[in-house]
Unconditional design. Structure first.
Length: 316
């Protein structure tokens, strides 16, 4: 008999409806595709009756801040203005659940609440990019990462939006096999599934690039030259600044170097092509600026922990 996994979702006021849907729907579809009750879920809120998300929609829930018996993991989902919803009542509830052995998780800005409760010190943590600066300032002991999700820690976190779907597909695959996770993604018409190591790339570019015209242009130059990569020196020359100045900009805004950031961009493009296209490994390597398959495979394995061929086979 297949064991059913029970997830509870605590929906705080102004929670992200997108993140909530992306967390819940993969579980429903997994049941549908498999023909088995692999997952069940319950919704809770502060008042035990309804939860209102940031777009104004109201969701009925099954309970309030009472002990969650027979729950495999409690996910906290929040959204905008999360600082206003970290009440003593919520913190007491979370601490009681943790003390009782309930496994925890957080989606979107939910990691902020768990950090307030003191649960994330030394824990690799993902949170929506909009909260990165605030998070670093308030919780220096937390190991904040720019990943879309973190599933290897005792408390798992996802950065929000479609990252919640990436996390759930990862959990489905880990528990029931990659074939089922792929079938669920197909039902969702979701062909750009990301692993946890993927960075919140677009959001970071949008957030930081809009504040600095040189960063916008530098990243645009990289995107325009993935097939034939340009050097940091060439980019700096195009911007009319020194290579050292370019390095300072990337360190300040992205906590990276131009060379490392560009390599990650090329590898992420390669990964997307492996998953989304039928192009050969050689074609993908060339399209992402690698002159040989051997070099491409070596760098890809170092970054993702698997070869391009194995990665495609696993997700195919």
């Amino acid at each position: 008999m297949t064991q059913t996994t029970h997830f509870a979702f605590l929906l705080l006021p102004e929670f992200s409806h997108l993140a909530f849907s992306c967390a819940l729907e993969p579980l429903r579809i997994a049941n549908l595709v498999s023909g088995k009750d692999l997952y069940r879920w319950s919704l809770i809120s502060i008042d035990g009756e309804t939860a209102t998300c940031s777009n104004g929609s109201v969701t009925l829930v099954q309970g309030g801040l009472v002990p969650q018996r027979h729950v495999d993991r409690l996910f906290l989902i929040s959204g905008i203005n999360v600082q206003n919803h970290v009440t003593p009542e919520v913190l007491r509830f979370l601490r009681r659940e943790r003390a009782g052995g309930t496994a925890l998780g957080a989606i979107c800005s939910g990691a902020y609440v768990l950090a307030k409760a003191g649960f994330l010190d030394g824990v690799d943590t993902a949170i929506h990019w909009e909260y990165h600066d605030l998070f670093v300032e308030e919780f220096p002991e937390v190991a904040l990462v720019r990943n879309v999700f973190v599933a290897r820690e005792r408390i798992i976190t996802a950065s929000g939006g479609t990252a919640a779907a990436d996390l759930m597909l990862h959990l489905i695959g880990a528990a029931h096999g990659h074939a089922l996770a792929t079938a669920v993604a197909d039902q969702m018409v979701y062909n750009a599934v990301r692993e946890g190591s993927a960075a919140q790339r677009v959001s970071l570019q949008s957030r930081h690039g809009m504040r600095n015209a040189r960063m916008v242009r530098a990243i645009a130059l990289m995107e325009e030259n993935i097939e034939d990569p340009v050097s940091p020196a060439d980019i700096a020359d195009e911007l009319g600044i020194s290579t050292r100045q370019l390095e300072r900009l990337f360190g300040r805004y992205l906590n990276s170097t131009p060379k490392h950031y560009f390599m990650e961009m090329r590898l992420q493009r390669a990964r997307n092509l492996l998953v989304q296209s039928e192009r050969s490994i050689t074609e993908i390597a060339m399209a992402c600026g690698f002159k040989s398959n051997s070099h491409f495979s070596k760098v890809f394995r170092a970054h993702f922990g698997t070869s391009p061929v194995s990665h495609r086979t696993k997700l195919g």
